[in-house]
Design a protein around this ligand. Sequence first.
Ligand SMILES: NC(=O)c1ccc[n+]([C@@H]2O[C@H](COP(=O)([O-])OP(=O)(O)OC[C@H]3O[C@@H](n4cnc5c(N)ncnc54)[C@H](O)[C@@H]3O)[C@@H](O)[C@H]2O)c1
Length: 484
Amino acid sequence: MTIDVKPTASHFINGEYIEGGTEDLPVIYPYTGEVVATLKLADDALVDQAVAAAKAAQPAWAAMSGVERGRILRRAADIMRERNRELSEIETMDTGKPLQETLVADAASGAEALEYFGGLAASLGGEHIQLGDDFAYTRREALGVCVGIGAWNYPIQIASWKSAPALACGNTMVFKPSETTPLSALKLAEILIEAGAPAGVFNVVQGKGAVGSRLVTHPDVAKVSLTGSVPTGRKVYAAAAEGLRHVTMELGGKSPLVIFDDANIENAVSAAINANFYSSGQICSNGTRVFVQKGIKEAFLSRLAERLKGVKMGDPMDEEVNFGPMVSEQQISIVEGYQAKAQAEGARLISGGKRLDGPGYWMEPTVYADVADDMTIAKEEIFGPVMSVLDFETEEEAIKRANATEFGLAAGVFTNDLSRGHRVAAAFEAGTTWINTYNLTPVEVPFGGSKMSGVGRENGRAAIEHYSEMKTVYVAMGDTEAPF
Ligand SMILES: NC(=O)c1ccc[n+]([C@@H]2O[C@H](COP(=O)([O-])OP(=O)(O)OC[C@H]3O[C@@H](n4cnc5c(N)ncnc54)[C@H](O)[C@@H]3O)[C@@H](O)[C@H]2O)c1
Protein backbone atom coordinates (compact mmCIF):
# COMPACT_ATOMS: atom_id res chain seq x y z
CA MET A 1 0.00 0.00 0.00
CA THR A 2 1.25 3.50 -0.77
CA ILE A 3 -0.36 6.77 0.22
CA ASP A 4 -0.27 10.17 -1.40
CA VAL A 5 2.46 12.12 0.39
CA LYS A 6 2.93 15.06 -2.00
CA PRO A 7 3.22 18.17 0.16
CA THR A 8 1.51 21.44 -0.76
CA ALA A 9 4.94 22.84 -1.66
CA SER A 10 8.63 22.20 -0.96
CA HIS A 11 9.37 24.83 1.70
CA PHE A 12 7.56 26.46 4.59
CA ILE A 13 8.59 30.05 5.24
CA ASN A 14 6.96 32.76 7.33
CA GLY A 15 3.82 30.73 7.99
CA GLU A 16 3.19 29.55 4.44
CA TYR A 17 4.09 26.87 1.97
CA ILE A 18 6.40 28.26 -0.71
CA GLU A 19 7.43 26.66 -3.99
CA GLY A 20 10.68 27.43 -5.73
CA GLY A 21 14.30 26.57 -5.90
CA THR A 22 16.77 24.91 -8.18
CA GLU A 23 17.07 21.19 -8.84
CA ASP A 24 14.40 18.56 -8.34
CA LEU A 25 14.52 16.53 -5.14
CA PRO A 26 12.84 13.14 -5.64
CA VAL A 27 11.30 11.44 -2.61
CA ILE A 28 11.69 7.66 -2.88
CA TYR A 29 9.62 5.06 -1.01
CA PRO A 30 12.26 2.57 0.16
CA TYR A 31 9.83 -0.38 0.03
CA THR A 32 9.24 -0.06 -3.71
CA GLY A 33 12.04 2.22 -4.90
CA GLU A 34 9.38 4.43 -6.56
CA VAL A 35 9.43 8.22 -6.64
CA VAL A 36 6.38 9.27 -4.61
CA ALA A 37 6.88 13.05 -4.68
CA THR A 38 9.23 15.56 -6.24
CA LEU A 39 10.29 18.64 -4.30
CA LYS A 40 12.77 21.40 -5.09
CA LEU A 41 16.08 22.22 -3.42
CA ALA A 42 16.10 25.76 -2.02
CA ASP A 43 18.25 28.37 -3.70
CA ASP A 44 20.20 31.06 -1.84
CA ALA A 45 17.32 33.53 -2.02
CA LEU A 46 14.94 31.09 -0.30
CA VAL A 47 17.48 30.30 2.41
CA ASP A 48 17.95 34.01 3.05
CA GLN A 49 14.18 34.54 3.04
CA ALA A 50 13.75 31.83 5.69
CA VAL A 51 16.45 33.29 7.93
CA ALA A 52 14.97 36.78 7.50
CA ALA A 53 11.52 35.47 8.48
CA ALA A 54 12.95 33.77 11.57
CA LYS A 55 14.89 36.92 12.50
CA ALA A 56 11.86 39.16 12.13
CA ALA A 57 9.66 36.85 14.23
CA GLN A 58 12.14 36.28 17.05
CA PRO A 59 11.85 39.44 19.24
CA ALA A 60 8.06 39.21 19.59
CA TRP A 61 8.20 35.44 20.19
CA ALA A 62 10.83 35.94 22.92
CA ALA A 63 8.79 38.77 24.43
CA MET A 64 5.78 36.50 24.96
CA SER A 65 5.56 34.98 28.42
CA GLY A 66 6.83 31.46 28.89
CA VAL A 67 3.28 30.41 29.75
CA GLU A 68 2.03 31.60 26.37
CA ARG A 69 4.85 30.00 24.41
CA GLY A 70 4.44 26.81 26.38
CA ARG A 71 0.70 26.70 25.69
CA ILE A 72 1.35 26.84 21.93
CA LEU A 73 3.92 24.06 22.11
CA ARG A 74 1.60 21.87 24.19
CA ARG A 75 -1.25 22.52 21.75
CA ALA A 76 1.08 21.44 18.92
CA ALA A 77 1.80 18.25 20.88
CA ASP A 78 -1.94 17.53 21.08
CA ILE A 79 -2.39 18.10 17.34
CA MET A 80 0.53 15.81 16.59
CA ARG A 81 -1.06 13.08 18.67
CA GLU A 82 -4.42 13.54 16.93
CA ARG A 83 -2.67 13.25 13.56
CA ASN A 84 -0.31 10.47 14.64
CA ARG A 85 -1.48 7.93 12.05
CA GLU A 86 -1.15 10.33 9.12
CA LEU A 87 2.27 11.49 10.34
CA SER A 88 3.41 7.90 10.89
CA GLU A 89 2.34 6.90 7.39
CA ILE A 90 4.32 9.81 5.94
CA GLU A 91 7.34 8.78 8.00
CA THR A 92 7.01 5.18 6.78
CA MET A 93 6.81 6.33 3.14
CA ASP A 94 9.83 8.56 3.63
CA THR A 95 12.09 6.20 5.63
CA GLY A 96 10.72 2.69 4.91
CA LYS A 97 10.47 1.99 8.65
CA PRO A 98 7.53 -0.28 9.48
CA LEU A 99 4.34 1.42 10.58
CA GLN A 100 4.53 -0.74 13.71
CA GLU A 101 7.55 1.43 14.67
CA THR A 102 6.57 4.83 13.31
CA LEU A 103 3.22 4.72 15.13
CA VAL A 104 5.02 4.69 18.49
CA ALA A 105 8.51 6.12 18.02
CA ASP A 106 8.46 9.09 15.64
CA ALA A 107 5.68 11.69 15.80
CA ALA A 108 4.81 10.31 19.25
CA SER A 109 8.32 11.11 20.48
CA GLY A 110 8.11 14.52 18.78
CA ALA A 111 4.87 15.24 20.61
CA GLU A 112 6.51 14.35 23.92
CA ALA A 113 9.32 16.84 23.24
CA LEU A 114 6.80 19.61 22.48
CA GLU A 115 4.85 18.75 25.61
CA TYR A 116 7.90 18.51 27.85
CA PHE A 117 9.57 21.75 26.71
CA GLY A 118 6.17 23.45 26.52
CA GLY A 119 5.80 22.56 30.19
CA LEU A 120 9.24 23.90 31.07
CA ALA A 121 8.83 27.19 29.17
CA ALA A 122 7.01 28.92 32.00
CA SER A 123 9.60 28.07 34.63
CA LEU A 124 12.75 29.16 32.83
CA GLY A 125 14.53 31.89 34.69
CA GLY A 126 17.67 33.00 36.43
CA GLU A 127 18.82 33.32 40.02
CA HIS A 128 19.26 36.06 42.59
CA ILE A 129 22.69 36.43 44.18
CA GLN A 130 23.04 38.56 47.31
CA LEU A 131 26.39 40.45 47.56
CA GLY A 132 26.23 42.27 50.87
CA ASP A 133 23.95 45.25 50.21
CA ASP A 134 24.50 44.89 46.48
CA PHE A 135 23.03 42.02 44.55
CA ALA A 136 23.03 40.47 41.13
CA TYR A 137 20.54 38.49 39.20
CA THR A 138 20.71 36.45 36.06
CA ARG A 139 18.30 36.42 33.16
CA ARG A 140 17.95 33.45 30.87
CA GLU A 141 17.78 34.88 27.36
CA ALA A 142 17.14 33.43 23.94
CA LEU A 143 20.05 33.12 21.50
CA GLY A 144 18.15 34.35 18.41
CA VAL A 145 17.77 32.45 15.14
CA CYS A 146 18.70 28.77 15.47
CA VAL A 147 19.38 26.44 12.57
CA GLY A 148 18.41 22.77 12.82
CA ILE A 149 19.85 20.24 10.37
CA GLY A 150 18.47 16.71 10.41
CA ALA A 151 19.53 13.16 9.54
CA TRP A 152 17.18 10.78 7.69
CA ASN A 153 16.61 8.09 10.28
CA TYR A 154 14.18 9.90 12.64
CA PRO A 155 13.01 12.92 10.61
CA ILE A 156 10.09 14.31 12.64
CA GLN A 157 11.60 13.26 15.94
CA ILE A 158 14.82 15.15 15.15
CA ALA A 159 12.89 18.23 13.96
CA SER A 160 10.87 18.20 17.20
CA TRP A 161 13.77 17.45 19.55
CA LYS A 162 15.52 20.54 18.14
CA SER A 163 12.61 22.94 17.72
CA ALA A 164 10.84 22.25 21.02
CA PRO A 165 13.64 23.44 23.36
CA ALA A 166 14.66 26.18 20.90
CA LEU A 167 11.15 27.64 20.75
CA ALA A 168 10.52 27.15 24.48
CA CYS A 169 13.52 29.42 25.17
CA GLY A 170 12.24 32.16 22.82
CA ASN A 171 14.36 31.39 19.78
CA THR A 172 13.06 30.92 16.27
CA MET A 173 14.28 28.22 13.89
CA VAL A 174 15.07 27.44 10.29
CA PHE A 175 15.13 23.66 9.88
CA LYS A 176 16.69 21.77 6.99
CA PRO A 177 15.60 18.13 6.88
CA SER A 178 17.84 15.49 5.33
CA GLU A 179 17.45 15.50 1.56
CA THR A 180 16.57 11.79 1.85
CA THR A 181 13.52 12.44 4.07
CA PRO A 182 12.16 15.93 3.43
CA LEU A 183 8.45 15.44 4.14
CA SER A 184 7.52 15.36 7.82
CA ALA A 185 9.26 18.57 8.96
CA LEU A 186 6.79 20.43 6.70
CA LYS A 187 3.96 18.85 8.70
CA LEU A 188 5.53 20.01 11.95
CA ALA A 189 5.64 23.55 10.53
CA GLU A 190 1.95 23.33 9.60
CA ILE A 191 1.04 22.00 13.05
CA LEU A 192 2.91 24.76 14.89
CA ILE A 193 0.98 27.38 12.91
CA GLU A 194 -2.30 25.60 13.62
CA ALA A 195 -1.36 25.57 17.32
CA GLY A 196 -0.95 29.36 17.29
CA ALA A 197 2.77 29.92 16.69
CA PRO A 198 3.30 33.25 14.89
CA ALA A 199 4.49 33.11 11.26
CA GLY A 200 8.29 32.84 10.98
CA VAL A 201 8.84 31.08 14.31
CA PHE A 202 9.55 27.73 12.60
CA ASN A 203 10.57 27.55 8.93
CA VAL A 204 11.61 24.64 6.72
CA VAL A 205 13.87 24.77 3.67
CA GLN A 206 14.85 21.76 1.58
CA GLY A 207 18.37 21.12 0.47
CA LYS A 208 21.57 19.14 0.56
CA GLY A 209 24.93 20.09 2.08
CA ALA A 210 25.15 23.37 0.17
CA VAL A 211 21.91 24.67 1.69
CA GLY A 212 23.04 23.43 5.13
CA SER A 213 26.33 25.20 4.66
CA ARG A 214 24.69 28.52 3.72
CA LEU A 215 22.51 28.31 6.82
CA VAL A 216 25.41 27.48 9.13
CA THR A 217 27.47 30.46 7.96
CA HIS A 218 24.59 32.93 7.69
CA PRO A 219 25.48 36.10 9.65
CA ASP A 220 22.03 36.27 11.26
CA VAL A 221 22.24 32.76 12.73
CA ALA A 222 23.20 32.41 16.40
CA LYS A 223 23.16 28.65 16.87
CA VAL A 224 23.43 25.46 14.85
CA SER A 225 22.15 22.07 15.92
CA LEU A 226 23.14 19.17 13.67
CA THR A 227 22.20 15.51 13.74
CA GLY A 228 24.40 13.64 11.31
CA SER A 229 27.63 11.76 10.78
CA VAL A 230 31.01 12.59 12.31
CA PRO A 231 32.54 13.83 9.00
CA THR A 232 29.63 16.26 8.49
CA GLY A 233 29.81 17.24 12.17
CA ARG A 234 33.46 18.20 11.79
CA LYS A 235 32.67 20.45 8.83
CA VAL A 236 29.63 22.07 10.39
CA TYR A 237 31.36 22.62 13.76
CA ALA A 238 34.30 24.31 11.99
CA ALA A 239 32.01 26.49 9.86
CA ALA A 240 29.97 27.52 12.92
CA ALA A 241 33.16 28.35 14.83
CA GLU A 242 34.06 31.01 12.29
CA GLY A 243 31.17 33.12 13.60
CA LEU A 244 31.53 31.79 17.21
CA ARG A 245 28.03 30.34 16.89
CA HIS A 246 26.69 28.04 19.56
CA VAL A 247 26.48 24.39 18.50
CA THR A 248 24.85 21.12 19.38
CA MET A 249 26.34 18.15 17.52
CA GLU A 250 24.50 14.82 17.62
CA LEU A 251 26.79 12.55 15.65
CA GLY A 252 27.51 8.91 14.95
CA GLY A 253 28.62 6.06 17.17
CA LYS A 254 29.99 2.53 17.49
CA SER A 255 28.58 1.79 20.87
CA PRO A 256 29.31 -1.23 23.06
CA LEU A 257 26.75 -3.46 24.76
CA VAL A 258 28.52 -5.52 27.43
CA ILE A 259 26.76 -8.67 28.66
CA PHE A 260 28.14 -10.42 31.74
CA ASP A 261 27.54 -14.10 32.38
CA ASP A 262 25.30 -13.40 35.39
CA ALA A 263 22.86 -11.43 33.18
CA ASN A 264 19.33 -12.48 32.31
CA ILE A 265 20.02 -13.89 28.84
CA GLU A 266 16.51 -13.41 27.52
CA ASN A 267 16.60 -9.69 28.38
CA ALA A 268 20.11 -9.34 27.03
CA VAL A 269 19.06 -10.93 23.72
CA SER A 270 16.07 -8.55 23.54
CA ALA A 271 18.38 -5.60 24.10
CA ALA A 272 20.82 -6.81 21.45
CA ILE A 273 17.93 -7.15 18.99
CA ASN A 274 16.63 -3.65 19.76
CA ALA A 275 20.17 -2.28 19.63
CA ASN A 276 20.86 -3.67 16.14
CA PHE A 277 17.68 -4.36 14.22
CA TYR A 278 15.08 -1.77 15.24
CA SER A 279 14.75 0.71 12.33
CA SER A 280 16.80 -1.83 10.34
CA GLY A 281 19.80 -0.88 12.43
CA GLN A 282 19.73 2.77 11.35
CA ILE A 283 20.02 4.29 14.82
CA CYS A 284 22.95 6.40 15.96
CA SER A 285 23.12 5.01 19.50
CA ASN A 286 22.95 1.35 18.46
CA GLY A 287 24.99 -1.13 20.48
CA THR A 288 26.67 -2.68 17.46
CA ARG A 289 29.61 -4.16 19.37
CA VAL A 290 27.99 -6.79 21.55
CA PHE A 291 30.59 -8.04 24.05
CA VAL A 292 29.44 -11.34 25.56
CA GLN A 293 31.31 -12.95 28.47
CA LYS A 294 32.73 -16.32 27.42
CA GLY A 295 30.67 -18.43 29.86
CA ILE A 296 27.37 -17.55 28.14
CA LYS A 297 28.53 -16.97 24.61
CA GLU A 298 27.06 -20.11 23.03
CA ALA A 299 23.82 -19.85 25.01
CA PHE A 300 23.49 -16.21 23.93
CA LEU A 301 24.14 -16.99 20.25
CA SER A 302 21.75 -19.92 20.12
CA ARG A 303 18.94 -17.96 21.79
CA LEU A 304 19.60 -15.04 19.44
CA ALA A 305 19.37 -17.33 16.38
CA GLU A 306 16.07 -18.70 17.73
CA ARG A 307 14.64 -15.20 18.31
CA LEU A 308 15.67 -14.07 14.81
CA LYS A 309 13.08 -16.50 13.43
CA GLY A 310 10.52 -13.95 14.64
CA VAL A 311 11.61 -11.36 12.04
CA LYS A 312 8.71 -10.47 9.76
CA MET A 313 9.63 -8.52 6.62
CA GLY A 314 7.09 -7.24 4.13
CA ASP A 315 4.90 -4.26 3.35
CA PRO A 316 5.91 -1.67 5.98
CA MET A 317 2.29 -0.44 6.09
CA ASP A 318 1.22 -3.86 7.41
CA GLU A 319 1.27 -3.46 11.18
CA GLU A 320 2.36 -7.08 11.62
CA VAL A 321 5.64 -6.36 9.80
CA ASN A 322 8.47 -5.75 12.27
CA PHE A 323 11.49 -5.26 9.99
CA GLY A 324 11.60 -2.85 7.05
CA PRO A 325 13.86 -1.98 4.13
CA MET A 326 16.86 0.29 4.48
CA VAL A 327 16.39 3.95 3.62
CA SER A 328 18.13 4.20 0.25
CA GLU A 329 20.21 2.55 -2.43
CA GLN A 330 23.17 4.57 -1.20
CA GLN A 331 22.86 3.36 2.39
CA ILE A 332 22.32 -0.30 1.50
CA SER A 333 25.36 -0.29 -0.76
CA ILE A 334 27.47 1.08 2.11
CA VAL A 335 26.23 -1.82 4.26
CA GLU A 336 26.89 -4.35 1.46
CA GLY A 337 30.49 -3.11 1.46
CA TYR A 338 30.77 -3.82 5.21
CA GLN A 339 29.26 -7.31 4.75
CA ALA A 340 31.95 -8.09 2.19
CA LYS A 341 34.69 -6.83 4.51
CA ALA A 342 33.35 -8.84 7.46
CA GLN A 343 33.42 -12.01 5.41
CA ALA A 344 36.86 -11.26 3.93
CA GLU A 345 38.31 -10.48 7.37
CA GLY A 346 37.09 -13.77 8.84
CA ALA A 347 34.08 -12.90 11.01
CA ARG A 348 31.86 -15.99 11.56
CA LEU A 349 28.44 -15.47 9.95
CA ILE A 350 25.68 -16.66 12.27
CA SER A 351 22.70 -15.40 10.31
CA GLY A 352 21.76 -13.13 7.40
CA GLY A 353 24.64 -11.56 5.50
CA LYS A 354 22.96 -10.81 2.20
CA ARG A 355 21.04 -8.17 0.34
CA LEU A 356 17.69 -9.53 -0.85
CA ASP A 357 16.45 -9.23 -4.42
CA GLY A 358 13.46 -7.27 -5.42
CA PRO A 359 12.29 -3.73 -5.44
CA GLY A 360 13.30 -1.73 -2.41
CA TYR A 361 16.42 -1.89 -0.28
CA TRP A 362 16.33 -5.08 1.77
CA MET A 363 19.24 -6.21 3.89
CA GLU A 364 18.83 -9.33 6.04
CA PRO A 365 19.29 -8.92 9.77
CA THR A 366 22.87 -10.11 10.14
CA VAL A 367 24.89 -11.46 13.06
CA TYR A 368 28.62 -12.09 13.06
CA ALA A 369 30.37 -13.91 15.92
CA ASP A 370 34.06 -14.17 16.80
CA VAL A 371 34.52 -10.58 15.73
CA ALA A 372 37.93 -9.15 16.64
CA ASP A 373 38.48 -5.56 17.75
CA ASP A 374 40.60 -4.77 14.71
CA MET A 375 38.06 -5.92 12.10
CA THR A 376 36.51 -3.12 10.08
CA ILE A 377 32.97 -4.00 11.24
CA ALA A 378 34.09 -3.57 14.87
CA LYS A 379 35.64 -0.16 14.25
CA GLU A 380 33.43 1.78 11.84
CA GLU A 381 29.82 2.88 12.06
CA ILE A 382 27.84 0.66 9.64
CA PHE A 383 24.35 2.14 10.13
CA GLY A 384 22.54 -0.99 9.05
CA PRO A 385 21.25 -4.29 10.50
CA VAL A 386 24.63 -5.83 11.27
CA MET A 387 25.47 -7.06 14.79
CA SER A 388 29.03 -7.93 15.79
CA VAL A 389 29.42 -10.33 18.71
CA LEU A 390 32.79 -10.23 20.47
CA ASP A 391 33.75 -12.32 23.51
CA PHE A 392 35.58 -11.28 26.65
CA GLU A 393 36.73 -12.74 29.95
CA THR A 394 37.08 -10.04 32.61
CA GLU A 395 35.32 -6.81 33.54
CA GLU A 396 38.54 -4.84 33.24
CA GLU A 397 39.16 -6.18 29.74
CA ALA A 398 35.56 -5.46 28.65
CA ILE A 399 35.74 -1.82 29.79
CA LYS A 400 39.09 -1.26 28.13
CA ARG A 401 37.95 -2.71 24.82
CA ALA A 402 34.51 -1.04 24.96
CA ASN A 403 36.21 2.35 25.34
CA ALA A 404 38.83 1.75 22.64
CA THR A 405 37.00 3.82 20.02
CA GLU A 406 36.97 7.43 18.89
CA PHE A 407 33.17 7.45 19.32
CA GLY A 408 31.39 8.01 22.63
CA LEU A 409 27.68 8.21 21.96
CA ALA A 410 26.21 5.41 24.08
CA ALA A 411 26.95 2.17 25.93
CA GLY A 412 25.02 -0.53 27.79
CA VAL A 413 25.75 -3.18 30.41
CA PHE A 414 23.77 -6.27 31.38
CA THR A 415 24.50 -7.82 34.78
CA ASN A 416 22.62 -8.87 37.87
CA ASP A 417 25.42 -7.53 40.08
CA LEU A 418 24.21 -4.11 41.24
CA SER A 419 27.65 -2.70 42.04
CA ARG A 420 29.14 -3.94 38.81
CA GLY A 421 26.34 -2.33 36.80
CA HIS A 422 27.03 1.11 38.28
CA ARG A 423 30.81 0.63 38.18
CA VAL A 424 30.79 -0.26 34.48
CA ALA A 425 28.35 2.55 33.60
CA ALA A 426 30.69 5.01 35.34
CA ALA A 427 33.70 3.64 33.46
CA PHE A 428 32.12 3.87 30.01
CA GLU A 429 33.37 6.80 27.91
CA ALA A 430 29.96 7.66 26.50
CA GLY A 431 27.31 10.36 26.86
CA THR A 432 24.35 8.04 27.39
CA THR A 433 24.52 4.67 29.14
CA TRP A 434 22.01 1.99 30.12
CA ILE A 435 22.00 -0.71 32.77
CA ASN A 436 19.92 -3.80 31.90
CA THR A 437 18.21 -2.17 28.93
CA TYR A 438 19.22 -0.44 25.71
CA ASN A 439 18.22 2.51 23.51
CA LEU A 440 15.51 3.97 25.72
CA THR A 441 15.58 7.74 25.21
CA PRO A 442 12.63 9.38 26.99
CA VAL A 443 12.46 13.15 26.58
CA GLU A 444 12.98 13.75 30.32
CA VAL A 445 16.52 12.36 30.08
CA PRO A 446 19.52 14.18 28.56
CA PHE A 447 20.83 12.50 25.39
CA GLY A 448 24.06 13.12 23.51
CA GLY A 449 27.58 12.04 22.86
CA SER A 450 31.10 12.50 24.14
CA LYS A 451 34.43 12.13 22.27
CA MET A 452 33.80 12.28 18.50
CA SER A 453 30.08 11.57 18.92
CA GLY A 454 29.06 15.06 19.77
CA VAL A 455 28.86 18.27 21.71
CA GLY A 456 25.96 19.35 23.91
CA ARG A 457 22.85 17.48 24.97
CA GLU A 458 19.31 17.18 23.66
CA ASN A 459 16.30 16.52 25.87
CA GLY A 460 15.94 16.90 29.62
CA ARG A 461 16.56 20.20 31.36
CA ALA A 462 20.11 20.00 30.00
CA ALA A 463 18.87 21.03 26.54
CA ILE A 464 17.78 24.42 27.91
CA GLU A 465 21.44 25.28 28.54
CA HIS A 466 22.14 24.79 24.85
CA TYR A 467 19.32 27.01 23.56
CA SER A 468 19.69 29.99 25.89
CA GLU A 469 22.35 32.06 27.56
CA MET A 470 22.67 33.81 30.87
CA LYS A 471 22.87 37.54 31.26
CA THR A 472 24.16 38.83 34.58
CA VAL A 473 22.79 42.08 35.99
CA TYR A 474 24.82 43.59 38.86
CA VAL A 475 22.91 46.09 40.97
CA ALA A 476 24.82 48.55 43.18
CA MET A 477 22.92 49.88 46.19
CA GLY A 478 25.56 52.44 47.32
CA ASP A 479 28.05 54.91 45.89
CA THR A 480 30.55 53.96 43.19
CA GLU A 481 34.19 54.19 44.40
CA ALA A 482 37.18 54.96 42.16
CA PRO A 483 40.95 55.36 42.92
CA PHE A 484 41.02 58.94 41.68
N1 LIG B 1 23.64 11.39 17.74
C1 LIG B 1 22.43 11.44 17.25
O1 LIG B 1 21.50 11.90 17.90
C2 LIG B 1 22.15 10.93 15.85
C3 LIG B 1 20.83 10.62 15.50
C4 LIG B 1 20.57 10.15 14.21
C5 LIG B 1 21.60 9.98 13.30
N2 LIG B 1 22.87 10.29 13.67
C6 LIG B 1 23.98 10.07 12.72
O2 LIG B 1 23.63 10.55 11.43
C7 LIG B 1 24.27 9.78 10.43
C8 LIG B 1 23.25 9.33 9.40
O3 LIG B 1 22.56 10.42 8.88
P1 LIG B 1 22.95 11.13 7.49
O4 LIG B 1 23.50 10.10 6.55
O5 LIG B 1 21.81 11.95 7.09
O6 LIG B 1 24.16 12.06 7.95
P2 LIG B 1 24.96 13.17 7.11
O7 LIG B 1 26.07 13.60 7.98
O8 LIG B 1 25.28 12.68 5.74
O9 LIG B 1 23.91 14.36 6.90
C9 LIG B 1 23.28 14.98 7.99
C10 LIG B 1 22.69 16.30 7.56
O10 LIG B 1 23.74 17.24 7.33
C11 LIG B 1 23.54 17.88 6.07
N3 LIG B 1 24.85 18.30 5.56
C12 LIG B 1 25.74 17.59 4.84
N4 LIG B 1 26.85 18.34 4.60
C13 LIG B 1 26.65 19.53 5.19
C14 LIG B 1 27.44 20.73 5.30
N5 LIG B 1 28.66 20.83 4.76
N6 LIG B 1 26.93 21.77 6.00
C15 LIG B 1 25.71 21.68 6.57
N7 LIG B 1 24.91 20.58 6.49
C16 LIG B 1 25.39 19.52 5.80
C17 LIG B 1 22.83 16.83 5.24
O11 LIG B 1 22.19 17.42 4.13
C18 LIG B 1 21.88 16.25 6.25
O12 LIG B 1 20.73 17.06 6.40
C19 LIG B 1 24.90 8.62 11.16
O13 LIG B 1 26.28 8.86 11.33
C20 LIG B 1 24.21 8.62 12.50
O14 LIG B 1 24.94 8.04 13.55
C21 LIG B 1 23.16 10.77 14.92
